[in-house]
Design a protein around this ligand. Structure first.
Ligand code: ATP
Length: 319
């Protein structure tokens, strides 16, 4: 393990190596998890219910001990150097666990104190302003809306100036508008230099926010990829041509894997990704073949597979 002094700025901010977690009672929630998180990125951890997302976050945050393996946070071991490691992390938990009768200001200031940090009203003010909570600073938590309560959780997590922020299902159960608000908040935090790891069920959220995406299923990381590369590699597109005259079957020249007839021969469906174009079966080649064969079409539309399709396929494959 690297000594703290040797830790370079371009080293990953989190390095997880060979992590296993077996809960008392014998349930293995994490199996050989290796994962690195780069400084300043937004990493989305996707997985179905019970996949191990919260367990993984809890181990990284030092709340749950690993059975095997290690986590190094900004150069500090999460077990051996617990205090230094934990100080670097802000955790926004899934559940709303606020003191109903406290004010926003007191709650957030108190959280900072829990990390042994000296009071810093200027920092608390900055955090509250960045989360649009400044006007509510003297309000009791019970008087806030659900969305504001969630922001208070983020403010608490940021009170001690962490470099890493974990958001466990940040927008579970909130309406679309509020979800978009939260995304703005998270983007702003990234711009201020905070590394962000979020877990989510909402594929749209990962698609919208993440620089990289990890998929966890049954305690194993089954994929980690740049979002753009993932979409390109696994995502496919479909071109549907509505034929002028229906076909009973595809002529020989069109009998390739990527092509099929649909809607009783009224539609020709072409499923493609970057590969077909490289192999000379791209759209121009298809259109040229159609012309040669005298097949005409009256309309067309395209559809791109979403991260959701990719995710469902991945998790299904390994079920
Ligand atoms: N304290 C515990 N003791 C025993 N088993 C546990 C404990 N905590 C979690 N588990 C089990 O470990 C597995 C992973 O749970 P975890 O909460 O990490 O999943 P998750 O991916 O966060 O799920 P969700 O999306 O539903 O929050 C589940 O099968 C869960 O029942």
């Amino acid at each position: 393990m690297p000594e703290r002094e040797e830790y370079a700025l371009n080293d990953p901010i989190i390095a997880i190596n060979g992590l296993n977690k077996t809960y008392q009672g014998g349930f293995q929630a994490l199996t050989r998890v290796d994962l690195t998180i780069q400084r300043g990125e937004i990493f989305a951890l996707l997985g179905p219910n019970g996949a191990g997302k919260t367990t993984l976050i809890s181990v990284v945050c030092g709340l749950v001990n690993p059975t095997q393996g290690e986590v190094v946070i900004d150069g500090f071991d999460s077990v051996r150097d617990y205090r230094q490691a934990r100080e670097r992390i802000g955790l926004v938990p899934q559940e709303l666990t606020n003191e109903a009768f406290e004010t926003v200001w007191n709650t957030v200031s108190f959280s900072r104190g829990l990390f042994g940090k000296a009071p810093d009203p200027a920092h608390i003010e900055k955090v509250l302003k960045s989360l649009a909570l400044w006007d509510k600073r003297d309000n009791r938590l019970m008087t806030l809306s659900g969305g504001m309560k969630r922001r208070v959780l983020i403010a608490k997590a940021l009170s001690h100036e962490p470099r890493i922020l974990f958001l466990d299902e940040p927008t579970a159960g909130v309406d679309v508008e509020l979800r978009r608000d939260m995304w703005e908040v998270v983007r702003g935090l990234r711009e201020s230099g905070v590394t962000i790891i979020l877990t989510t069920h909402y594929i749209e959220e990962a698609e919208e926010m993440a620089d990289r995406i990890g998929v966890i299923n049954r305690g194993e990381i089954v994929l980690v990829e740049e979002k753009a590369a993932l979409m390109q590699k696994l995502g496919s597109k479909q071109l549907t041509l509505q034929l002028q005259t229906p076909l009973d079957e595809l002529p020989g020249a069109l009998q390739v894997e990527a092509l099929s007839l649909a809607a009783d021969g009224h539609e020709l469906v072409y499923t493609y990704d970057g590969r077909q174009a490289e192999e000379g079966h791209g759209i121009p080649a298809l259109l040229a073949t159609l012309e040669r064969e005298g097949i005409t079409f009256q309309d067309l539309h395209t559809r791109q597979s979403s991260l959701e399709d990719i995710f469902v396929d991945l998790v299904k494959e390994r079920a």
